[in-house]
Design a protein around this ligand. Structure first.
Ligand code: HAM
Length: 439
């Protein structure tokens, strides 16, 4: 037996997670559908892969020293003693699936998935969040980076967002980054005592992470640090120029950001992030991504370039709220069947409506007319279809519009589907009008 507080906890979602009930869940559903249409129309196919992987996928792919792996990953031994992890990000899983199945390259995959990070819970930062993402493997061309950014930008705009900015940078590659990191490390070491506590200790494991630190101590030191964009090798510089030219050609505005380190060790060359101007700066990243030409090798394959992004669905919806975007609700029901004659008419009529492609629901448990009408109102249905003893005798249904104040009518049972399908049927022939009292 657990303690009283644990027992109460059993009826609560775990810290940092949340339930999303209808109709709010419609926002998730419809956004994901919008994303699916966009990416499928751009040549990406859905990858559905397990929500957990062997831990080594993330340990090798993201990096042992990385916060997401070292501090936040939900990792556990299963009953066979295998070390597994709930997916903390999507890219390493896609690459693992590529290595397992070897689809023909180029391989363009998309996903919509929950992700798990044991973060300090705070507004807009959850322990389970959802990402919509794409990954393109097997293409080194800078124009693929442009395509990927275009897809993300287009999705955010299709969601109705306008107040956001795109930051892009380059992480260089194996040719230019090591020399740069050595120069950066020398600069930071010379100022070690001025860095924040965390980075003073961790400076040697990954000096580039210091560039990302927002604490004023680190900011002071990094303001004068060498910039990676000034140290790109010829090939990386040419790649970056081509990306910038592509974004310019497509009219996608961006800001250069030479601190865009991003959270994972796998990035090479292009990195980018979309930041909302409408939500709190601490959690304003709507999505981000970049190129990861070394990741397939890190997971045991042969050199294979890759580029992609992940967009945080919760963040996008929060930004929509902050920008006053009207996220229209779910389509209402077409009809709600109210039956006070025993339920048989409701059973048959509701299914007949659904078989005809209409959205229909009904009341159960032989409730009173008043209770059923309340449910009909609450359902948001366009019309209530009422079957009382009189209708049952006459072989009719009373069609009562619930939303537009139009007159109610009696309709022959055989004509109900037609009456609900089209407005014309309400006033058309075959619909006998009649008033009904007491409902
Ligand atoms: P990420 O920057 O860690 O990238 O996450 C992408 C987006 O997911 C963030 O910009 C943010 O909107 C959202 N997000 C991340 N953590 C949380 C959280 N705790 N709560 C709410 N939203 C969150 C990646 O995961 C990379 N795999 C993206 C990528 C794909 N790079 C290349 N391909």
């Amino acid at each position: 037996m657990g303690s009283e507080s644990e027992e109460r906890g059993a009826a609560r979602a775990p810290t940092g997670t949340r339930d999303v009930l209808w109709p709010e869940s419609w926002q998730f559903e419809s956004s994901a559908a919008r994303f699916a249409a966009l990416v499928q129309g751009s040549g990406y196919g859905l990858l559905q892969s397990p929500t957990f992987e062997y831990s080594s996928v993330f340990r090798k792919g993201i990096g042992e020293e990385n916060d997401v792996v070292g501090r936040e990953m939900y990792e556990f031994a299963d009953r066979d003693g295998k070390l597994l992890a709930l997916r903390p990000e999507g890219t390493a899983s896609v690459v693992r699936a590529y290595l397992q199945h070897r689809p023909t390259l180029p391989w363009k995959a998309w996903y919509a998935t929950p992700l798990f990070r044991h973060e300090r819970p705070q507004a807009a930062r959850y322990r389970q969040h959802h990402q919509l993402g794409i990954e393109a493997l097997g293409v080194a061309d800078a124009d693929m980076d442009v395509e990927v950014v275009w897809v993300a930008d287009t999705f955010l705009r299709e969601m109705g967002l306008a107040d956001f900015s795109l930051h892009i940078g380059s992480m260089g590659d194996g040719t230019c980054r090591p020399g740069y990191v050595a120069e950066l490390a020398a600069h930071l070491s010379a100022h070690r005592d001025e860095l924040c506590d965390d980075h003073r200790l961790r400076l040697d494991t990954n000096p580039m992470r210091v560039l990302d630190c927002k604490r004023p101590e680190c900011r002071g030191v990094t303001a004068g640090a060498p910039r990676l964009l000034d140290h790109l090798c010829e090939a990386c510089a040419a790649h970056f120029d081509r990306v910038r030219a592509g974004l310019d050609a497509l009219g996608i505005g961006y800001e250069l950001y030479d601190r865009l380190v991003r959270g994972f060790d796998y990035y090479t060359r292009t990195t980018f992030e979309f930041a909302s101007g409408a939500i709190d700066a601490a959690q304003n990243a709507l999505g981000g991504g970049g190129r990861y030409d070394g990741l397939v090798e890190m997971l045991g394959g042969e050199p294979t370039p890759g580029v992609g992004f992940g967009i945080g669905l919760e963040r996008v919806l929060i930004a929509c709220g902050a920008e006053g975007v009207d996220l229209s609700g779910p389509p209402p029901l077409d009809a709600f069947v109210v039956d006070v004659t025993g339920g048989g008419a409701a059973r048959d009529l509701t299914i007949a409506l659904r078989r005809a492609g209409l959205r229909a629901d009904r009341a159960f448990d032989g409730r009173s007319m008043k209770a059923q009408m309340k449910l009909a109102d609450r359902s948001g249905a366009r019309v209530a279809l009422i079957v009382g003893p009189e209708e049952l005798r006459a072989g009719t249904v009373l069609v009562r519009p619930l939303r537009d104040g139009a007159a109610q009518r009696q309709v022959g049972t055989a004509d109900v589907v037609g009456a609900v399908s089209g407005e014309g049927a309400f006033s058309g022939e075959g619909a006998s009008s009649g008033e009904r009292e007491g409902t």
